[in-house]
Design a protein around this ligand. Sequence first.
Ligand code: NAP
Length: 285
Amino acid sequence: MKVAFLGLGVMGFPMAGHLKARGFDVTVYNRTEAKAKEWVAKHGGQHGATPAAAARGAEIVFMCVGNDNDLLQVAGGAEGALAGMSAGTILVDHTTASADAARKLYDLAKAQGVSFIDAPVSGGQAGAENGKLTVMCGGDPTAFDKAKPVMDSYGKAVTLMGASGAGQLTKMVNQICIAGLVQALSEGIAFAEKAKLDPLLVLEVISKGAAQSWQMENRGKTMVERKFNFGFAVDWMRKDLGICMEEAKRNGAKLPVTELIDKFYAEVQAAGGSRFDTSSLITRL
Ligand code: NAP
């Protein structure tokens, strides 16, 4: 099957690599062309000069870019993905964006006979590299059934959550659950240090009990070492928390801790940590 992947960042680069490894005929696009050339040199396949050029002839087009605006730019517009896609094909978006942007693109795609699936992911850089992402989807079941086996190339759990936008709403729940937890982990580690305990030994022990979490398992050690030059950027987390808070205004959900943690992340940004991993919350302490 001929597929395309648009956006070769921390996530997209390895995700597209898994598609190639599974035997798909992959054409990639990246705004900074050097990255696309680097991908082709590593994996084979080919690259297109614009999203439309890369998408032309593909049965399924995947994308993973930054925020709502980036998404609308790369999918729509004269040189956007949809301009290169024909009726009967599928556009899958792995960007974390608003449910509104997903529904907008669903309608835009539908008008030209293209199916759109919002499919944000969780599992971080390591999940993308190991091909073990959780993929939360919104859209039509027929299109999902066709795209799922392809997404299985990098997903360990690929699930249709409901109609268009349901994938993004599920990802919002995911981010709400993470925000307070990273702060709690930061406070725990900082407390262990003040208490003159060995923080790595503490984490090793308590990760076998009720305090265990993905963040503790995957970020605890690097937090103790104050290493943040990898992973999920603070800028992206603030974008995600902004999306959650906007949606909560609409649906009436209360997010007191999420709002507080968003302010803490603004402080990390102001101190120069925009591209730090989200575990850098501990630097405030
Ligand atoms: P990243 O490393 O910053 O990469 C972003 C990619 O999008 C780059 O390829 C960038 O191109 C491209 N891009 C951004 N704006 C664009 C535009 N207007 N036009 C064309 N290309 C554009 O980000 P990432 O960490 O891979 O994250 C991508 C998405 O996945 C985000 O929505 C993020 O919230 C989400 N996500 C990330 C993680 C994680 O752990 N990193 C986990 C789950 C979800 P250039 O190379 O030219 O800049």
